[in-house]
Structures are given as structure tokens and as C-alpha cells.
Design a protein around this ligand. Structure first.
Ligand code: MLT
Length: 262
């Protein structure tokens, strides 16, 4: 079902009587990145996805976003749909949103799955890179930025074997509202560091990383997982930063095993 909640484009699959999972996508993507997980899980779970404000079908408005406003948006979806303790599942920027949401309101969630993300805030070099990205979008339009950013997300295996899918993804993201993409860059640039909260997470946690992820490499994610009590850490082969897209078979298996245990 397609819904609008708080101006956000929200997509639900499966029966609302089943256990809810909320999926929060990465940058600069949209809810479609979870297609393979939702196909696989929606017979047994109530799968809720939404496009982060300014990306996909969610309008950018004034483009002035913070990580806090992104978490407010996530909360509005959970509250509006009356989701009872959903599993929270976020990738990369969706992981930043998920980690901050746990820091603010862990009691609203029953478990968390963190894909290809990190708890640290941007260091100086990262902040300058975001600023350069905004400058580049202003000078050249969105397409060259999204092409480079998205290409860098995939691992070598996917790049060799799925060229058409990558081109389609780049084309789609290049048609987003530039104000929304720049607003997301600013929100990530200004986000807080959630590392200090990791050892206070007391819900079941699964941490998943693509073995060829150059943005949030396995050693970074392993060290994050080790700070979360009882977290399980899984490395996905033949995958870069977008493991749910690049190796959905192994990801789905890992997610299903986790969900059946909790
Ligand atoms: C993402 O996949 O959401 C981005 O890589 C996050 C980031 O740029 O930090």
C-alpha cells in the first residue's frame, strides 16, 4: 500500500497483524533498495518502507534537514502506523538515523539491524568532502555527483556483473531534487556521534557488512558490533556498501535467521 504520512512517501507490504519491520534506506537512494528483502519477508512480516525526506518520492520542501529531523520523520511513521515495537533496519545513512533513533527512544523498538554504517560522526576530512559534494552539485548539477558516489558504493563483483542495474540506479537518483540531496549531505555532516550509546543498546542487534565495502569497511563495523551487547556480526561475500542489493540471497538468509531467533 502507498501512503503519505507527514508528507513522506510510505510503502507497506504484508499484513499489519504481523510483526512490523521498518526499513530506512541509504544515501542517495530510495525505498526500492529494499525490494529483495520485502519480497522475501512480507509473507511473514509487516514491512514498512519510506523515502527519506528530500529523496525518492518524498518532497524536499526547504531542504533544511538535520539528523534530528530525519529521526522525527521516522518517529512520525512509527506513530502514525501505530507500529508496536517494530524491528528497525537501516543502511548507512539509514543506519545513522537508526542509531540516533535508538539513542532517543530505544523503548519504541524490539530489535535493530544495522547494515554498512558507522556510529562515528564525520571527521574534518569527511565534512570537507560533503561540502565539496554540495559545491559540485551546485556547479555541475546532480548527475556527475550521483554517478561517482553510487558507483563507489558497489563492490567489484557487482560492478562487473550488474552494469545495467547500476546505470538504472544512477539515472534514478540523478533525477532526485538536488535540494533534497544537498540537505541530506548537510544532515550527515552535522550528525552527532552515537558511539557512546552503543553499549547502552539492550535490544537484539544484527550488524551486517559487505566484505568489499570501502565506505564502512568490515573492520569498522566489527568494532562497532563489539561495542553492542550480544550483537551478531556478519560479513556478506561478493558485496560492497549495498549488501541488501548486491547479495540479497545471503542477506535475506541472515536476516531471517536473526528474526526467527528474537
Ligand atoms: C549511504 O550509503 O547512506 C552513505 O554512504 C552515507 C554517507 O555518505 O556517510
Amino acid at each position: 500500500m502507498n501512503l503519505t504520512i507527514n508528507d513522506l512517501a510510505v510503502f507497506t507490504n504484508g499484513s499489519s497483524n504481523k510483526k512490523p519491520i521498518v526499513f530506512v534506506h541509504g544515501f542517495p537512494l530510495d525505498h526500492f533498495m529494499w525490494d529483495k528483502q520485502v519480497d522475501f519477508l512480507s509473507d511473514d512480516y509487516y514491512c514498512v518502507r519510506y523515502d527519506i525526506r528530500g529523496l525518492g518520492n518524498s518532497p524536499a520542501g526547504d531542504g533544511q534537514f538535520t539528523m534530528e529531523s530525519f529521526v522525527d520523520d521516522l518517529e512520525s511513521v512509527v506513530v502514525d502506523l501505530k507500529l508496536n515495537k517494530p524491528v528497525l533496519c537501516g543502511l548507512s545513512m539509514g543506519g545513522y538515523i537508526s542509531l540516533r533513533a535508538l539513542e532517543r527512544m530505544q523503548d519504541k523498538f524490539s530489535a535493530v539491524i544495522l547494515f554498512d554504517t558507522r556510529s562515528e560522526a564525520d571527521a574534518n576530512e569527511g565534512k570537507l568532502k560533503r561540502a565539496a559534494g554540495i559545491k559540485r552539485i551546485n556547479a555541475e548539477g546532480l548527475a556527475p555527483f550521483t554517478k561517482d558516489f553510487i558507483t563507489n558504493c558497489y563492490g567489484e563483483y557487482y560492478k562487473q556483473n550488474y552494469k545495467t542495474e547500476i546505470d538504472k540506479r544512477i539515472l534514478k537518483s540523478s533525477q532526485f531534487d538536488p535540494a533534497g540531496v544537498k540537505g541530506s549531505l548537510l544532515a550527515m555532516l552535522g550528525r552527532n556521534d552515537t558511539t557512546g550509546y552503543l553499549n547502552k543498546i539492550n535490544i537484539p542487534a544484527l550488524v551486517i557488512c559487505g566484505e568489499q565495502d570501502v565506505l564502512t569497511p568490515p573492520e569498522v563495523m566489527k568494532s562497532m558490533a563489539e561495542k553492542i551487547n550480544g550483537a551478531e556480526f556478519i560479513v556478506i561475500k561478493n558485496s560492497g556498501h549495498l549488501s541488501p542489493v548486491e547479495n540479497p540471497g545471503d542477506v535475506n538468509e541472515a536476516v531471517k535467521n536473526f528474526l526467527e531467533r528474537i
